[in-house]
Design a protein around this ligand. Sequence first.
Ligand code: HPA
Length: 273
Amino acid sequence: MSELLKKIQQVLQVISQKTTKKYEIGIILGTGLGGLVKDIEVEFTFDYSELPHFPLSTVESHVGKMILGSIAGKNVVVLQGRFHYYEGYTMQQITFPVRVMKFLGVKYLLVSNACGGMNPIYKRGDLMIINDHINLLGDNPLIGKNEDELGPRFPDMSEPYSEELIQIAEKVALENKLKVQKGVYVAVPGPNLETKAEYRFLRTIGADVVGMSTVPENIVANHMGIKVLGISIVTDECFPDLLKPVSVEEVIEAANLAEPKMTKIFHEVIKEL
Ligand code: HPA
């Protein structure tokens, strides 16, 4: 057995002491989705420190938890605390929890994030359903020997975000009178925000928003045949000719304002699955 499969088995051994149920829906609580925690009927919670090979946050205040339970009667496995490439983790570390999710039964992966809006019709606080992405991280979680048991060497990426899930998300947004944009997310390593020239470049190559997460998890999910839904919160407007300095406080404020809308859409999507 390969090293990666052995590591996955070691985590499953810990989890199987508590539950052997299947969990079809995986959720990564990125920015703007913290409120969804309140909707979970919790069965078991694991600190990442209890799960072998899970990345550990160096920031003490940072939550790292796997929650197993249900939302709207559907079994869910929820990751509270995500890891970014700019923190110094490898792509394999960032995506290891998604590998484990597959073995817990996950068929649908729902993720959220914060981003800068470059499409001029987008406004701070808007939600955007991701319908495609561009990987400018300069790295890829699939580099190295392929695990044929997990997925193909050259995974197809013609539909990285599931059309089926996008349609459900658009339907529930409309039913709940919530405005959503739909567009392309470009992932950059960060951690600095972009220069005016970089925003101009990123817009020119076809991106609507820019952020520093989600793409590694998406690639690994696609490798294993998991369908992905991603929704971004536009936390700052990145129009190169009007660019103003952005503070972290403003980013967090915009994310908090959009959070109820995001949580509502995810809750309703889960009901429909
Ligand atoms: N750039 C990159 N990532 C971001 C931004 C941005 O402007 N805003 C929020 N996340």
